[in-house]
Design a protein around this ligand. Structure first.
Ligand SMILES: [Zn+2]
Length: 201
């Protein structure tokens, strides 16, 4: 897959794998009229291609911390590089935050929307925001996208609504339940977003 900006393409490729709300190696068998195919080889290729920054590079000047994207749901069901992740053990490129479908997802920092993926059956819906040169964050498995590419957003602005229900439009194939997959990237590398969130008020 080729894209003008390879690291953004990787961030939003639609194969973001998530486990939530419970950690489990075998996801439940989905039910319902439409089951999304799970392209196992492609997903593992994407996971292998990921690069991780294990340190804590400082945030850009003017950004002291990131706001938690769903203030009423401050839980984590699968952490960065979770060794027990259902689909990508040790390679989980973000933080999974369980929340009911339809929870408002708020911008953790001001920036510019550089990529959106729409809500479609069996596809991962996402918003990617660049908040400084080389830094982006992304919200995945959305059930609604409220911003457009090129749009400037302020901290706390609603980016969309959370999703992640199995086989729901926008969830993509890699989810085991309602949650937000939130990822943070500096240049090509994923970094642990949990280390950057503002202290709880
Ligand atoms: Zn995830």
């Amino acid at each position: 897959m080729r894209h003008a900006n390879p690291f953004i393409a990787l961030a939003v490729i639609g194969l973001t794998a998530c486990a939530s709300p419970a950690k489990r190696r075998s996801p439940p068998e989905p039910s319902g009229p439409e089951r999304c195919p799970k392209p196992e080889p492609a997903a593992s290729t994407v996971a292998e291609a990921r690069t991780f920054e294990l340190g804590k590079p400082p945030l850009p000047e003017g950004v002291s911390c990131l706001r938690w994207p769903m203030p009423d749901f401050r839980k984590v069901s699968s952490e960065f590089r979770d060794p027990d992740h259902a689909f990508t053990p040790g390679k989980h490129a973000g933080t999974d935050m369980p929340a009911p479908v339809g929870t408002a997802v708020l911008a953790p920092a001001a920036g510019t929307v550089v990529r959106t993926l729409p809500v479609e059956p069996c596809r991962d819906a996402a918003v990617v925001v660049r908040f400084d040169e080389g830094w982006t964050y992304a919200a995945h498995h959305l059930s609604r996208v409220d911003v457009r590419e090129g749009e400037k957003v302020v901290a706390g602005q609603r980016l969309g609504l959370s999703g992640g229900a199995v086989d729901a439009p926008g969830s993509g194939p890699w989810t085991t339940g309602p949650h937000l997959h939130f990822s943070l990237q500096r240049r090509e590398a994923y970094v642990d977003a949990e280390r950057y969130f503002c202290p709880q008020p």
